[in-house]
Write a protein that binds this ligand. Structure first.
Ligand code: HEM
Length: 448
């Protein structure tokens, strides 16, 4: 069980050692970002870094992370990570500033109401079955690509259910280029590089324009049809604020791109890591198979099955602990403030990392061990286990994403054993989401 995190002040503050002239900590951070961050708590609870010309603070203690995430008026959206994401998501829910957030969140919350989940889950189950239907015994698949196809199909279907072939809308290709583009831009803190006319930057801008065109056409079709299709886009179109105002087409576009970007890559990353972890832990995989055989007897998982799949849910929770897809986030300080007894000036960038917290040995005993059963007793203090963030800006799609991941792991593992091709260990990409680099696996049909 993780230790309680609350400590009485003072919280320590320091500058991380090893800064180079001009570049500061940027080379160390870009080279091995996850290990670099995980090493920061050794220097203090609030650690200063220099990333090129940019001075940033990293909140390493759960108490400080809790304050950072719950005081969203003081610690507003902005800074290194958010500014890059804003280039694509505009002023959608995930990137809008505090001043616009309450209105948007109130308008969009009904789209993720608990009552809607069974309907989305039915669509998810169909898309999971459809995406995995062509798989054959002995096939070799590129696992991250396959999981990305699966979550694209699910997200597109739940957004645009009325579209005849939502799963095959050409959002996949644009989103792939956009997610990689955002990832690269976040990891490149030096200014100006993303405006150079490189092929990568040109591809990024073209993909952004293509996606804008697809959503513009879908919005026009939906407005013309005027009925509720029980999907996310229908809720966006019917959302009204307190004054009875709806969202403009531009606002709906930003929300659609936000849902796509926030929902596809994150869940795909979690699913890909789950197969790596299960293959490396055959005893846990056996127990998973036992659970699935008892509950599903070989059929795909449905929403009603979720309460009977506790081990599958713990496997997803533990995967999100070891590999939180949203591993690094930033905030910008709206007014001079103090954090943990230390002055932080207005305009400063603060970072927090779920990866850093989830790998602290004082919060999660043997943090590198894949141990789904720790969740039988673990009750982490707020700010300790944060795969979905915390406070007013907590993930609006947390139940959606978790349901999708549990249904996908259950449906696939019930029928297939996924065995990564032996060779080099699977490593994370250097990107804004904690996704694995491409790796292949062999599919073996299970005999119950
Ligand atoms: C495993 C899957 C997912 C993970 C790990 C994840 C993680 C997160 C995190 C950490 C945040 C907080 C960001 C911050 O504090 O700056 C967030 C926000 C958000 N997520 Fe997710 N997410 C997942 C799935 C989804 C899905 C499926 C959707 C939508 C379909 C979604 C939509 C959003 C939105 C709109 C926000 C912004 C919320 C706000 O600011 O009010 N996410 N997500």
């Amino acid at each position: 069980m993780p230790a309680q995190s609350t400590q009485s002040a003072p919280y320590t503050s320091a500058t991380a050692p090893g800064a180079l002239p001009l570049l500061g900590h940027a080379p160390a951070f870009v080279r091995r970002p996850h290990a670099f961050l995980a090493g920061l708590p050794a220097h203090g609870d609030l650690v200063r870094l220099k990333l090129g010309p940019l001075a940033v603070y990293v909140a390493c203690h759960p108490d400080l992370v809790r304050r950072l995430l719950t005081e969203d008026r003081v610690y507003d959206k902005g800074g290194l990570v958010l500014d890059k994401a804003r280039e694509v998501m505009g002023d959608g829910l995930a990137t809008c500033p505090h001043a616009a957030h309450r209105r948007q969140r109130r308008m969009l919350q009904p789209a993720f109401h608990r009552d809607r989940l069974p309907g989305y889950a039915a669509m998810m189950a169909e898309e999971i079955a459809g995406t995995t239907a062509p798989w054959r015994d002995g096939d070799t698949i590129d696992v991250p690509a396959a999981m990305y196809r699966l979550t694209t199909a699910v997200t597109a279907r739940c957004l645009f259910a009325a579209h005849e072939r939502a799963g095959s809308l050409p959002v996949h290709e644009s989103m792939d280029v956009i997610t990689r583009g955002v990832g690269r831009r976040v990891m490149m803190p030096l200014p100006g590089v993303d405006r150079l006319p490189t092929p990568g930057n040109r591809r990024f801008r073209r993909a952004r324009a293509d996606l804008a065109e697809i959503t513009r056409r879908l919005i026009a079709d939906y407005r013309a049809a005027g009925s509720d299709h029980q999907d996310l886009l229908s809720v966006l179109l019917s959302a009204r604020d307190e004054d009875g105002q709806g969202l403009s087409d531009a606002e709906i576009h930003d929300q659609v791109v936000t849902f796509l970007l926030a929902g596809m890559e994150t869940t795909a990353a979690a699913l890909s890591w789950a197969w790596v972890l299960l293959a490396a832990h055959p005893v846990i995989r056996e127990r998973l198979h036992d659970e699935l055989d008892a509950v599903l007897a070989g059929r795909p998982a449905r929403y009603e099955d979720l309460p009977a799949l506790p081990l599958t849910a713990r496997i997803v929770a533990e995967t999100l602990r070891l590999y939180p897809p949203v591993w690094l986030l930033s905030r910008t300080v709206a007014t001079d403030t103090e954090l943990g007894g230390h002055h932080v000036p207005a305009g400063a960038t603060l970072l927090y990392s779920a990866y850093l917290l989830h790998h602290r040995a004082d919060l999660f005993p043997c943090p590198e061990r894949f141990d789904p059963d720790r969740w039988l007793t673990a009750r982490p203090a707020p700010g300790t286990y944060t795969p979905f963030g915390l406070g007013a800006r907590r993930c609006i799609g947390d139940a959606f994403g978790t349901t999708e991941a549990v249904l996908a792991v259950a449906t696939i593992a019930a029928r297939w054993t996924v065995t990564p091709t032996p060779g080099r260990p699977v490593r994370p990409t250097r990107s804004s989401s904690l996704s694995p680099r491409p790796f292949t696996a062999t599919l073996t049909r299970r005999v119950r």
